[in-house]
Structure formats: C-alpha cells, structure tokens
Design a protein around this ligand. Sequence first.
Ligand SMILES: Cc1cc2nc3c(=O)[nH]c(=O)nc-3n(C[C@H](O)[C@H](O)[C@H](O)COP(=O)(O)OP(=O)(O)OC[C@H]3O[C@@H](n4cnc5c(N)ncnc54)[C@H](O)[C@@H]3O)c2cc1C
Length: 389
Amino acid sequence: MPLDDAATLVDGMLPTLRDRAAEVDRAAAFPEDNLNLLRENGLLGLLVPADYGGLGGGLADLTDLAQRLAGACLSTGMIWAMHCQQVDSLVRHAAPELKDHVLPRVARGELYLASVTTEPGKGGHLLTGGAPLRAAEGSLLLDRDAPIVTGGAQADGFLITMRSAEEAADREVSLVYADRDQLDIVPQEGWHTLGMRGTSSGGLKLSGRVPPGNVVGEPGNFRHVAMESMAPVGHLAWAACWLGTAHSALRGVLDLIRSRNRPRGLDPSSDLVRERLARVRMDLELVSAYLHRVRQEVDDHRAAGTSVGGPSTQVHLNTLKVAAAEHTFAAVHKLVQLCGLFSAYRTDAAIPLERHFRDLRSASLNYADDRLLTANGALSLLDRTARLA
Ligand SMILES: Cc1cc2nc3c(=O)[nH]c(=O)nc-3n(C[C@H](O)[C@H](O)[C@H](O)COP(=O)(O)OP(=O)(O)OC[C@H]3O[C@@H](n4cnc5c(N)ncnc54)[C@H](O)[C@@H]3O)c2cc1C
C-alpha cells in the first residue's frame, strides 16, 4: 500500500473500531482484532523506511493517523502510536544488524513492539534505571520488573530500559531490544483502571538473554535515544491521540445539537450553549495549532540533522504534552457539563463522553505532568533566548 493511501485505509477501519470501542472498554480487553487490522494493512510499518519494506512515513503521517484512530478508539490509537514511537527509536538508533533483524518483520505486520520504561522504585522517571544488565558468556542477561506494559501479553518484541551494568550509576541506562522468545515472561498485576482500559497495561516480570548488539544506541546513553526520539515522538503521538478523541467528542456533540431529536437543554440559539461550544473549540484549536507547530520544529531539526535537545525545543515538546493533556481533558469535561446527565454522564449515552472523560483523565498521568513542568521551569532558567514556539 502506498503511503498516500494510508489515511483512506485508516478511515475505512474507523466504523469497526468505533463499534468495538465500548466492549473493549467494558471488558478491559486488549483490542486484538483492531491490532490485527493494523498488522494486515501494513500500518505497523508506518515509520519503517521503504528500504526495509515499510511505508516510509514521517511524523506528520503519525500525528494525522493517530488522531483518526484515536477518534474511534483511544486505546487502539495509543497502542498503535506507542508502537510507532518504539519503531522510531529503532530506525534512528539501532545498529544495522538489529535493524535488519527487526524492521522487515515490523513492516510485514509480524512484530508489534511494547515499551518497558516504568520500574518499581523509580516510578515513571524515564532517565534512570534500577535493574542492571549482566554480561555472561558473550550475552547480556536481564531480569526486570515491569509494572506497566501496554500490550505486554500481545507484544512480539520489547524495548526495555536497564541500568547498563551492575556497577553503573542509576543514570547510566541502556535501551535493550528483546524478541518475545528471548524472554521468560511472567504476568504480574492486572490492569484495573478508570480509563484506557483496553490498553491492557498490566505488569510483567521479564528475564532473558540477548546479544550485545541488541543495545539500541550507545550503551549507558539511553538519554540520547530518549531525547532525540522516544520523548519527542511520544509527546507528538500522545498529543495527537488525545486531540483525536476530544475532537471526535466535539463533533459528536455538534451533530447532536444540529439534529432534530436534540435534548431540550441543547438549544443552538442559547448563548450559554454557544459560549460553551466556543470554549471547547478554543481548547482544541490551541492544541491542534501547537501540535502542528512543534511537529514542524522537530521535522526541521531532523531535516537539518540537528538535535532537538536544545532548551527551547525541549520546553516546546514538554509544553505540548502538558497542554494537550490539560486542554483535551478540559474540553471533554466541558462537553459533559454542556450535555448533562442523559446525553453525557450515562454509560449508555449516544456519545461516549463518559468513556472519553475517563480515558483522557490518564493524559496528565501518562508521564506525570509534574515531572515535565518542573523540568520546564529549570529549562526556562537555562534558556537565555526564551524562544517561543
Ligand atoms: C495508559 C497508560 C499506558 C502506559 N503504558 C506504559 C508502557 O507501555 N510502558 C511503561 O513503561 N509505562 C507505561 N505507562 C506508565 C507511564 O509511562 C508512567 O510511568 C506512569 O504513568 C507514571 O506513574 P505515576 O503516576 O506513579 O507517576 P510517577 O512519575 O512515578 O510519579 C509519582 C507521583 O510523583 C509526582 N511527581 C513526580 N515527579 C515530580 C516532580 N518532579 N515534582 C513534583 N511531583 C512529582 C507525580 O505527579 C506523581 O503524583 C503507562 C501509563 C498509562 C496511563
């Protein structure tokens, strides 16, 4: 499938995803059928270069398709977007031999990638590691508690952060790739959450042995992979997913207000209704514009071969994540208030606003906003240009 057809292909899947979304949420069931659709249609390979058989897409394609998918089912959108985030790390930082081993399988839809960064003791802090890699007979041994792994039961491969060696400091972190069959995987805690229930992000205990060539990027320097790839692509992809969900909620409410059988409270001539709609629209306009702007900034750096690690760009990327989390949740919160008990608060309402509300509540926790805001305060003091996006 040519890249130009990807949006049409995704749009064709949306009614199916939308139909399944309520059951995925109710049963907290990983949307395996949706993942299979993405596998079969080559979409796991969106960011895989054409030389490896992928679609050769870029960040604009990722944010566009993530919005579309998440408008139908946020769990499916996030599962796919976070897989693409892992692919970007491999494409940009893995050694040629590892790319040859992994990327063609991703492109063929055989390899769905999960991410293991969260760890007991350090919580969400991305750039530190507890469990160490151990060298043994030319291999690397890993033994790792992973309390939150989206799609851990379904993933065919894992990117795992580990302290780089037993004697290494906790900031010397390596990113390691492991095929599923290189690991013993023992399920731990389940995933009993308010929202994002379909991501099945329960805990795992992972142990196994991988070749040294499976370290992605320089050993001990995960910081570089995180700064250039995992964090920027994560923030862009998450923001796109959250925006897609909130946008679909707004469109649903607008359709309801325009329809003949609208509830009496949703009178289109009411100033209160109009003011509330305007505020929701403003939330989403701001996120959409900022998403486009920051995505362009990252693309410009990539095209020029320069780092996105400068303080201004880092502030912009962190601001995008926090602003998208806050404004998309606020938008749906306002839509619940506007639509009221019968059209919003009920779990069987025509527009699934209560599900969107529960799902989007996770946005500010999925990499804690507090961590990014404290980082942005410190970066702002460093950033003598104070350059705005
Ligand atoms: C839907 C979903 C899917 C996920 N999927 C994955 C996955 O696939 N793989 C994975 O590894 N992880 C995953 N995570 C976990 C995620 O990446 C974070 O690690 C996790 O959400 C952080 O958990 P926490 O709330 O304990 O926050 P922590 O970051 O551990 O923070 C704990 C508390 O301390 C506060 N805090 C932290 N730092 C500061 C600070 N500097 N100043 C002030 N307060 C601070 C936070 O606000 C928070 O209240 C997922 C999370 C969600 C919601």
